[in-house]
Design a protein around this ligand. Sequence first.
Ligand SMILES: [Zn+2]
Length: 208
Amino acid sequence: MGMNESGGEPGASVGNGSIEVVTGSMFSGKTEEVLRRLRRARIARQQVQVFKPKLDVRFGRDKVKSHSGAEFQATAVEACAEILDRVKTDTTVVAIDEAQFFDPDLTRICDRLAQRGVRVIVAGLDQDFRGEPFGPMPLLLAQAEHVHKLHAICIVCGQAASRTQRMIDGRPAFYEAPIVLVGGSESYEARCRDHHEVPHQAEMLAED
Ligand SMILES: [Zn+2]
């Protein structure tokens, strides 16, 4: 049915709901890829709505913006159940960004929308900084008709990076480090499996 032109991206067919997941580490271009799909959907005269969790305030509350500067209007929601209430009857494409921060109920929401004939595009980190499955993403990956896993470039060796390295005060963050850091400076890097470091606190103390 022509569903697989251009690298696994399905065509914009109305009344044929599906779930697409765009995933990968930080800096892998997930948001850019979603925005590209949304631009194409708009050209195809699809009615598009974009949602994201309210806690993501990186680029303001009413937009989804890629690192390269492209942006799309988005609705920030407190809980993913709100998405069902806010999707308009004539909407044919729903994109959900930063999906890893939503609760597991997101899988039900996406399923309901797809059953209604909506093309659902979900973007999110597949792994947290520890390299472990992140929030509802593993379930969504299983549910999806189409999965596109993107890679960044490892800043150590230049190979494809599948992981997100968390740094605190210039050193790899402990496995046990709190998700929300109080004090200290925090940053993230893309790394391959070999260069992804997640020391346990006990090992680090033993070294000192
Ligand atoms: Zn590497």
